[in-house]
Write a protein that binds this ligand. Structure first.
Ligand SMILES: Nc1ncnc2c1ncn2[C@@H]1O[C@H](COP(=O)(O)OP(=O)(O)OP(=O)(O)O)[C@@H](O)[C@H]1O
Length: 260
């Protein structure tokens, strides 16, 4: 069974082809990494999958349904959720409210329920609050629930973004550089969390990450983008020894060392 099927997806910005005939197939439960040098087209690929951009050409199917060109909220309702490279929390809302607002995605009270604020309305509100608290607990953020999100340390904000993304009950979770800005211990903890949340939430994960230790440590399969094209795909072992990958990273000495 296929969860996500991307075929020959291309995105052009004027004369620049950011993503070029991108193909990707993901089965339920997989943990897949998307890597590549700066400007390779990784974030654009995420933006195509989440409706920020419509592809110039190509198809994207999720659960067998075409989602290419749908609005971001429609895609979120289908079951794809994401975090961002530059954290995008509601910084002046509390930690709890950041997660609570996301849990509302699938909850649509009728006008009458909202106006009357009867038993059903309160029950649903209690339920979203319970679920939000459970997620905060899961990510070690309970003690901060009444803090403003913007006051959290960087690594905590990254964890809160993941908790918020999970609040929409996604089938596919896209993580854009989850380890960015984290210290070595936070990165180790993050790897454990990614592994266990996949099992506990039965969520399929596609992640972009520059930290090769993290990518190689958690992903079963990795795709490498360079100039918008997939130049390699395989297990961490295969990717590490692929000459095309090493060559693509040659301009980035630090990353090349990590890959090899
Ligand atoms: N909205 C846009 N308009 C014009 N060009 C864009 C736009 N978004 C991305 N690009 C260009 O598309 C190319 C791919 O960018 P993208 O951000 O997808 O790469 P990336 O692999 O995510 O890079 P990084 O690792 O640095 O985040 C780059 O040349 C970038 O400048």
């Amino acid at each position: 069974m296929t969860l996500l099927q991307v075929r020959d997806c291309t995105k052009q910005f004027g004369g620049l082809t950011a993503v070029n005939k991108f193909n990707l197939t993901i089965s339920p439960g997989e943990l897949v990494g998307l890597i590549g040098p700066n400007g390779a087209g990784k974030t654009t690929a995420f933006n195509l999958l989440t409706g920020v951009y419509a592809p110039t050409s190509g198809t994207i199917e999720f659960h067998g349904q075409s989602i290419a060109g749908r609005r971001p909220y429609q895609i979120a309702q289908c079951g794809i959720s994401r975090t961002f490279q530059n954290i995008r929390l509601f910084k002046s809302l509390t930690v709890l409210d950041n997660v609570r607002t996301a849990t509302h995605l699938h909850y649509k009270p009728s006008l009458l329920q909202t106006v009357l604020r009867g038993g059903g309305f309160h029950q649903a509100e209690l339920e979203t609050e319970r679920k939000a608290r459970e997620l905060l607990e899961r990510f070690g953020l309970s003690k901060f629930e009444n803090y403003l999100a913007g006051s959290l340390a960087y690594g905590e904000q990254r964890r809160l973004e993941i908790a918020r993304a999970l609040a929409t009950d996604p089938k596919l979770l896209l993580l854009d550089e989850p380890a960015a800005g984290m210290n070595p211990q936070e990165k180790i903890d993050l790897m454990d969390q990614i592994n266990s949340l996949r099992k506990d939430f039965q969520v399929t994960i596609l992640l972009i990450e520059h930290d090769m230790k993290v990518v190689m440590g958690v992903c079963e399969r990795i795709l490498v983008l360079d100039y918008g094209q997939v130049i390699a795909e395989g297990t961490p072992q295969e990717i590490r020894s692929d000459p095309k990958v090493i060559e693509a990273y040659l301009g980035d000495a630090g990353a090349a060392q990590q890959v090899a």
